[in-house]
Design a protein around this ligand. Structure first.
Ligand code: ATP
Ligand code: MG
Length: 205
């Protein structure tokens, strides 16, 4: 898969409120398949589409993301979106990373497949497609059709948008928050260190 010696960096963006096993599992699957040297988990600051609910303070989301990823030698956490003032545009994130790792580094934006279908709503998507790859995870057996994407974005979509089938995990942060509110178990849905942190800080109760 990897034909040159270039550094390959995965970008796993999310609210991570809280981070859970599906986030980690898809990052690991993409890391392996695309021979990524590192995966950067980048907690989002103040996501514009989630204003209908109060997002947990960035400090806690960052701590949980660090706890969840610390044992993996290739997983790292970036604070860049939390430290930036103004909206979390992916284009800015990618531009900052390209500067940090150099022009030769190849960037792979990792997302759920739902997000791939919404790509046209992303800020400066055409430019973003020139700068980085996208990997959309799909459930095994789900049909993958790039025709619509190629119609929308042109030939570059074929080259820069990829799909990877990963085992489907019915886990979401929303469900975890609901379970905690209801006093139910979240064991095996998040790493033990994340659960311990949630309990210690009394989050989501
Ligand atoms: P919420 O329920 O609050 O929306 P979430 O579980 O969707 O949270 P996010 O932080 O919004 O988590 O997601 C970050 C990224 O992880 C997104 O690209 C999303 O598509 C992907 N993702 C989240 N849960 C899963 C899952 N169970 N399987 C595959 N991808 C997932
Ligand atoms: Mg979500």
């Amino acid at each position: 898969m990897k034909e040159n010696g270039q550094l390959r960096i995965g970008i796993m963006g999310g609210t991570f409120d809280p981070i859970h096993m599906a986030h980690l599992a898809i990052a690991e699957a993409v890391r392996e398949e695309f021979c990524l040297d590192q995966v950067l988990f980048i907690p989002a600051a103040n996501p514009p589409h989630k204003q209908e609910r109060q997002v947990t303070p960035a400090y806690h989301r960052l701590m949980m993301t660090q706890l969840a990823t610390s044992s993996h030698p290739s997983f790292h956490v970036s604070k860049q979106e939390l430290e930036r003032t103004g909206p979390s545009y992916s284009l800015l994130t990618v531009q900052e990373l390209q500067q940090e790792y150099g022009e030769a580094a190849e960037l792979f934006f990792i997302t759920g497949s739902d997000t791939i279908n919404e790509l046209h709503t992303w800020y400066h998507i055409e430019e973003l497609l020139r700068q980085c790859h996208f990997v959309g995870t799909t459930r095994p057996g789900a049909p993958v059709d790039k025709t619509a994407l190629v119609q929308q974005f042109g030939k570059i979509a074929d080259e820069k948008i990829h799909f990877l089938a990963v085992p489907e995990l019915e886990i979401s942060s929303t469900d975890i928050r609901r379970r905690l509110k209801a006093g139910r178990s979240i064991r095996y849905l998040v790493p033990p260190a994340v659960e311990a942190y949630i309990r210690k800080e009394g989050l989501y109760s």
